[in-house]
Design a protein around this ligand. Sequence first.
Ligand code: NAD
Length: 438
Amino acid sequence: MRLSVFGIGYVGAVSSGCFAELGHTVIGVDVSPEKVAMLGAGRSPIVEADIDTLIANNVRAGRLRATTDVTAAIAESDLSFIAVGTPSAADGSVSLQAIEAVLDSIGRAIAAKPGPHTVVMRSTVPAGTAETLAIPRLEASSGRKLGQGLHYYSNPEFLREGSAVRDFHGPAMTLIGAPLGDDAAALRELYAPIQAPVQLVSYRLAESAKHLANVFHAVKLSFANEAGAVLSAMGVDAREALRIFCEDRVLNISTAYLRPGFAFGGSCLPKDTRSFLALGRQHGVPTPFLDSVMPSNQAVVERAFAAIAAHGRRPVAQFGLAFKPGTDDLRESPYVLLAERLIGRGYPLQIFDRDVRVAALLGANRSYIEHEIPHIEKLMAPDVRSALEGAGIVVIGHIGGEDRRALLDALTDQVVIDLAGIPALENKPGIAYQGFCW
Ligand SMILES: NC(=O)c1ccc[n+]([C@@H]2O[C@H](COP(=O)([O-])OP(=O)(O)OC[C@H]3O[C@@H](n4cnc5c(N)ncnc54)[C@H](O)[C@@H]3O)[C@@H](O)[C@H]2O)c1
């Protein structure tokens, strides 16, 4: 293929060298004449393992060259990658200045060429950039409509500096954001030699998956660093502790606990988080990152309350009270916190949770219920139908088995806020469904 790569910094130089090595003709484009001169002379504009020979060989073979001339680069290529920088603005938001400039110049050059052209966003940009910025700008400057001689894909880069060439050839996935019904055939063909599963998703999902990845890497590092500091202050070899921690591929290094939804609770997570923070304080180790965990969890309860309050409807029917389904354990249940928040703000409330009800009837958890939450016990409904009676709004914390079926049957046209992510609820016709964060 005939490719052009806009921005020959870390990402662009690696993409240019690697695609040329795969046999494509690549033109590197940059506003920096120095970088263009270097690449043109077969020298890498960045310091990176394995890239020098890759660039030297491919420039010598005539597959790789560089220019500052956008019009020529677009005329002589069919597909352009955008790999310009997206640094922080003063307020912490992303600066898309270079992106905007490059989109405009590419669009103008496309206007001057007869054939179709494909633009691929490789830079890290916030969700929504394709639809609200990149495509409108390209359409305005090229005078073409998307799909009519102009194609646009989002294809975030996952390489790490230091192992960039290796990462290019062995990514975890090839992520492509495309419009509905477009299978991104040209881009898939380009990546065919790369052994990685292709994820073809919407623009917004591709953009946000990359953004999330970097935030998560920062979160992992902060967790490991703070946990390590507390442990080592206690005389523990933190590297060994984290190594053993990582051996658990079921709950620790896994997809567990990575599904967005309602707050956590129960008898272990809040207690052990608090006590770990207390150890940090005792040893004089600041833990600003871990300190934010409990307030972050409280904010989830507040968000659920705000979502309910925004409808201005009452009474509220709440399903689920124990800290998770299948247990009667109410200790530090976020559903109890939500119920208390609602009661505190004067919302009439009807609650159903089969396990809590059975436990109360059998006396298993009765003393907790009678002593800790007597005000809530009074609001417990005996079954799904009674909980729903007269409800202006329905909140689903959790509900399973026969109760879930009964609820699905009984719901007609209610406003339903789903904190659990129940697919059958989402697809139930008639109700005014609202997912918590989906
Ligand atoms: N560096 C990484 O490890 C890495 C990894 C994955 C993704 N990313 C993302 O990729 C993007 C590029 O990052 P980078 O580290 O390669 O940036 P960089 O600063 O190294 O390179 C950007 C290049 O773009 C050039 N440029 C600016 N405006 C231009 C224009 N209008 N036309 C042509 N060239 C222009 C600059 O001169 C520079 O050479 C960013 O969005 C970044 O977040 C970076």
